[in-house]
Write a protein of this length. Structure first.
Length: 276
């Protein structure tokens, strides 16, 4: 059996632009409405309206046994939280993961939002810092991808950024990023930490979903009784940020960011180049 190459052609890369933008738009809709009193199911419905309204499909619903458009993980839940009737409360830290398939190509992205709570400013500040460090590590990994020779350099950059924060955060080891294209989850794996194996080469045609999953305490997790939700054993908060990113002949482009990643990459001195 022939193995499909992990590298896409220029035409295939162009086909991945629209599903990335649709995915980004679905998360924008969630960001606009997230607030105390809103249910996680309502957030899911908002993302679903955007995806279907732009002629795409939820690729999460193509995963066997999963019926929702997004994953919504709250507080100690790090990833794969099932949206439903849970009502968000002030001070919650909420990670939303969404994805769209458009004309056979996929996008995948995640954001974390901390809800304000004037009565608990210290908790909110702690959770905001966790989210900021996680997002920063995502952009550190994307910036590394722009100049990397091998995929392993991405994970090393993510881990280094988190370690440099000095907060002692844990990085999930059992859940990693991945290639993306015709399927939402493709080879290769993208670790969020340094590994002995340098991994495949980074060169034009590579598209990765980079997604650090970071926790305030121990990295030890368990799967809840719903068989999906991944939560911390010690009950500390989690944060999840993700982008789908392409390397092409002209440079790097973040498919799930409306600006191609310009704002996030600017602190690293990297300028994205639009896919031609």
């Amino acid at each position: 059996m022939l193995r499909r190459s992990i590298y896409k052609t220029p035409a295939q890369l162009r086909s991945m632009v629209e599903p990335g933008l649709i995915t980004a738009a679905s998360l924008d809709a969630v960001r606009d409405m997230i607030a105390p009193g809103v249910t996680t199911g309502e957030l899911d419905a908002a993302a679903a309206r955007i995806i279907s309204g732009r002629g795409a499909e939820s690729n999460f619903q193509m995963v066997r046994g999963y019926r929702h458009t997004t994953c919504v993980s709250v507080n100690e839940q790090v990833v794969h939280g099932i949206p439903g009737d849970r009502v968000l409360e002030p001070g919650d830290i909420v990670s939303i993961d969404s994805g769209a398939q458009f004309r056979g190509w996929n996008g995948d992205s995640a954001i974390t939002i901390v809800l304000p709570d004037p009565s608990r400013p210290e908790l909110v500040a702690e959770r905001e810092t966790l989210s900021q460090v996680t997002e920063g590590s995502l952009w550190a990994g994307i910036a590394a991808m722009a100049t990397a020779n091998h995929i392993g350099e991405i994970g090393a950059a993510i881990e280094a950024h988190i370690a440099a924060s000095g907060h002692g955060y844990g990085i999930l080891r059992d859940y990693v990023g991945h290639g993306i294209g015709r399927k939402m989850h493709e080879a290769p794996s993208v670790f969020n930490y340094r590994t002995p194996d340098p991994g495949p080469r980074v060169h034009p045609g590579l598209v990765l979903a980079i997604e650090p999953m970071v926790v305030a305490g121990s990295e030890e997790t368990f799967i809840e009784d719903d068989d999906w939700t991944v939560s911390t054993v010690d009950g500390t908060s989690g944060s999840h940020w993700e982008h789908s990113v392409a390397i092409h002949d002209g440079g790097i482009w973040v498919l799930t960011a409306a600006d191609g990643g310009a704002a996030g990459l600017a602190p690293f001195g990297v300028r994205p180049v639009e896919i031609g």
